[in-house]
Design a protein around this ligand. Sequence first.
Ligand SMILES: Nc1ncnc2c1ncn2[C@@H]1O[C@H](COP(=O)(O)OP(=O)(O)O)[C@@H](O)[C@H]1O
Ligand SMILES: [Mg+2]
Length: 376
Amino acid sequence: MILRQFLQDHVLGRRPGSLYVSGAPGTGKTACLSRVLLDCKDKLAGSRTVVLNCMALGSPQSVFPALAQHLGLPVATGRECIRSLEKHLTAKGPMVLLVLDELDQLESKGQDVLYTLFEWPQLPGSRLVLVGLANALDLTDRSLARLGAHPAGSPRLLHFPPYTKEQLTRILQERLGQVAGDPVLDSAALQFCARKVSAVSGDARKALDVCRRAVEVVELEVRGQTLLKPLPGGDSPVSPVPKRVGLLHVSRVLSEVFGDRLAGGSRGAQDTFPLQQKVLLCSLLLLARHSHTREVTLGKLHDTYSQVCRRQQLPAVDQAECLSLVTLLESRGVLEVKRAKEARLAKVSLMLEEAALEHKLQDTALVGSILAQGLH
Ligand SMILES: Nc1ncnc2c1ncn2[C@@H]1O[C@H](COP(=O)(O)OP(=O)(O)O)[C@@H](O)[C@H]1O
Ligand SMILES: [Mg+2]
């Protein structure tokens, strides 16, 4: 496994270097790296490991103070901060393993942030090993071309291809199998989901979301049936309700999720948030300001979001889809979800500073208008 070998060679072998991991969203970059870090925990104990999700930064430049803070350096700004980091990383000491997830977020004018970071392992006496994870496939070609000029120093590249149907099937089986008891999804349904998702994107997150959503649909159906329960005069217990998620459920969810998207072919809005996610984030931001707390229930969030959509005359998604959106945002490190028995009661909290989030959202007139109107 390349990741493991890279850490072995560079961190344990005390050779500075960099690795650039690319791949479409949901291809397992974050999952694999987390797993490798966990597996190598003991071996890496002698070095310093810093993992930063760049999605949580207010701007590309703020990666430097964030890193300084993690390394326990006095926090400075601008050039001064970069200089103190360079000094620290070329001084004697243990190897420093820096993992930057969602690296796309560091793209800046002239790409100086990325250049600076990827040049560090090449400084004389450097003890930095840098691993960057990015969703954009052409980031290196476009941005790191300049680094190619130093043959010794250009980052190693590792590409994560989309999951195949077989891999997705295995991932789904494994993840759904963690839920005790009978298989929740019947196997035809599961394979169908894997086949469809692999045909579109190979996005494991999507596949898992589709299954989760299908389970919710079935739960709703079951609840609907139990409401009808007391049969007039009947002593026969209600017939056992179908608890399994079948092909039909999955197929329905799939067409909901992919139906229009397949036709519209809207792809690659990676650097910004899709419209509905933006509106949802705005709603969360409004709620956070309004109630001075970072944590709200999904029900409350969905209410506010629906209200905002009405006011902006946008179509609103239902609560189950809202949960899927929230899950997507969670996987990008923007917020955290504490799941509850009932979706409505799940707790959603913002992981970004409000100012940082607003900065990320501020680019559209729509966002400005939603935030300016506030909550009534
Ligand atoms: N090999 C795997 N086994 C089990 N789950 C996986 C595997 N790869 C990815 N996943 C799951 O799929 C989802 C997306 O993976 P993730 O690593 O976040 O993708 P990326 O970082 O490339 O966008 C996560 O929920 C993750 O737990
Ligand atoms: Mg990721």
